[in-house]
Structures are given as C-alpha cells and as structure tokens.
Write a protein that binds this ligand. Structure first.
Ligand code: ZN
Length: 61
C-alpha cells in the first residue's frame, strides 16, 4: 500500500521536512506558524474560560 504524500503546505508536510532533516519550505513554515498561533489563541481562550468557571465556582460558595 503506497503511502500518499501530503502536499505542502500542511502540518504533515512540515513534519516531513523536519523528519528528512530539511528546512521546511516557506509555505509549510507559514502554515505551521499560523497553526501555532491558532493553538496559542485557542489555549488562551480555554484558559480564560476555565479561569472564569473557577472564579464563578468560588464566588458561588
Ligand atoms: Zn513544505
């Protein structure tokens, strides 16, 4: 079963570059950077929501 190569730009392709000891191409780097920023924003929002939940629970008591 031939393994299909995921074309650039993608996170898989970015990792493939790294796995091959290559420098990720600009498209992959840009995509990975965008992903990281999304992850960062998402985790920040989740943290804020968790914080709010905790505070609401504390003030409820
Ligand atoms: Zn690439």
């Amino acid at each position: 079963m031939p393994r299909e190569l995921i074309p650039c730009p993608s996170e898989a392709a970015y990792r493939r570059h790294l796995a091959h000891g290559e420098e990720p191409c600009p498209e992959c780097r840009a995509g990975n950077l965008a992903n990281n920023q999304l992850d960062w924003q998402a985790s920040r929002i989740v943290a804020a929501m968790t914080h709010t939940d905790t505070e609401a629970g504390t003030s409820d008591v």
